[in-house]
Design a protein around this ligand. Structure first.
Ligand code: GTQ
Length: 375
């Protein structure tokens, strides 16, 4: 250990060195526990004035052993919310609202316009004859058509007719407008990465000069060109680029899910597939992962946890979702949210098809995503 100090005449520098050594020796014998709660509080106040705060008071919360999501499990029953969505149609026009949407706010995150920490969801209504004017933004969006027929979404100069269960994307910074040339109100679920883009302070938006985009490509062009296992000769997409296929028709998704149902079922996920950009094999959009899942009647998944909070929509059938300690009954068109790292198990009362989305591709490119399969 250190030798004792004997000399009495010291230069100021040497004296400071000895003082420091003596201090260190004392601290070795009497660790900081000696300081009172009051002394600490006073210290925190002094350093607080300098824009500092002690890590040790918050370390456990900052780097928890596992995710402790503030997101609450929740379910929105479509039959309950539908009349309110329709009432919004009597209060404001699509044009005045720009987008006539009722936001689905996570009950534990009220006032933040989000359903999970990174994702936004809302129910959008468009009445016959209405137009939601063209705009674009850096936020990526998905639509899942839930009610009514005859509406369209135009993306980058191409319209697509919205049919029940269709999954439509509007990639970052592409102009899009919605319209309804039919005779029924049409409602779809919007899913956007609004909270994530807000967190990054990377949001830009602008309105188009034209209310509706002029059609520059015939309907079905993108699906034929990019969505049939073929791509244009010179197409070279970067990994982060969104898919040029902007509609994934429900009829095709169902066909795929039924097609794999003759093979072995995954005990934790049933028959589940992820949507991809066919040109890259990656997620259709870089920030939002999208999935389709079939659960045969009577099938119950074993519980699994994953680090991506997820939003699920029942498109066919119904059953029970057990999320942590909570149990929700769901039916067609119902929407529920599962927080990060809470065990989810699904039991199908009837043959069921579910759509879901999450920030999984973001977590995966960052090397953060984890899943734990339980039994
Ligand atoms: O349809 O463009 O629910 O810009 C929120 C923001 C929908 C849209 C939303 C939007 C849109």
């Amino acid at each position: 250990m250190r030798g004792g100090a004997r000399s009495t005449t010291l230069t100021p520098a040497l004296s400071r060195k000895r003082e420091r050594e003596e201090y260190d020796r004392r601290m070795d014998r009497h660790p900081v526990a000696a300081s009172s709660a009051e002394a600490r509080r006073a210290f925190y106040e002094r350093i607080g004035a300098l824009g500092m705060t002690p890590l040790w008071e918050v370390l456990g919360a900052l780097v928890p052993p596992q995710p402790t999501s503030p997101v609450a499990p929740a379910l929105w029953r479509y039959d309950t919310v539908r009349e309110h969505v329709m009432e919004a149609g009597r209060l404001i026009t699509a044009e005045e609202a720009e987008r006539r949407v009722l936001i689905l706010e996570n009950p534990a995150l009220r006032g933040q316009s989000c359903i999970t920490q990174s994702l936004y969801a809302g129910l959008q209504l468009i009445l016959p004859g209405e137009v939601a004017p063209a705009h674009r933004h850096t936020q990526s969006a998905l639509r899942l058509v839930l009610d009514g027929e005859g509406a369209y979404t135009a993306v980058d100069g191409e319209r697509t007719t919205m049919r029940y269960g269709d999954f439509i994307i509007t990639p970052s910074w592409t102009f899009h407008d919605h319209g309804n040339d039919g005779t029924e109100p049409v409602v779809w679920l919007d899913g956007l990465d609004i909270p994530l883009v807000r967190f990054l302070d990377a949001g830009f938006a602008e309105k188009s000069a034209a209310k509706s985009q002029a059609a520059t490509r015939p309907e079905g062009d993108a699906l034929a060109r990019y969505g049939m296992g073929l791509v244009p000769m010179d197409l070279q997409q970067q990994p982060h680029e969104p898919t040029r296929v902007f509609v994934y028709p429900f009829a095709k998704t169902r066909e795929a899910l039924l097609g794999i149902s003759k093979a072995e079922v995954d005990p934790h996920h049933g028959f589940k597939l992820r949507f991809v950009n066919p040109a890259t094999g990656r997620s259709p959009m870089p920030t939002i992962g999208t999935f389709a899942q079939r659960l045969p009647k009577g099938f119950a998944t074993r519980p699994a946890k994953s680090s991506d909070s997820s939003v699920h929509v029942c498109l066919e059938g119904g059953g029970t979702a057990t999320i942590g300690e909570k149990v929700f009954e769901f039916g067609r068109r119902d929407i529920f949210v599962v927080p990060s790292w809470q065990p989810l198990s699904l039991a199908a009362r009837e043959d069921s098809v579910l759509f879901s989305f999450s920030d999984r591709p973001v977590q995966q490119v960052l090397g953060l995503w984890r899943e734990q399969r339980l039994d």
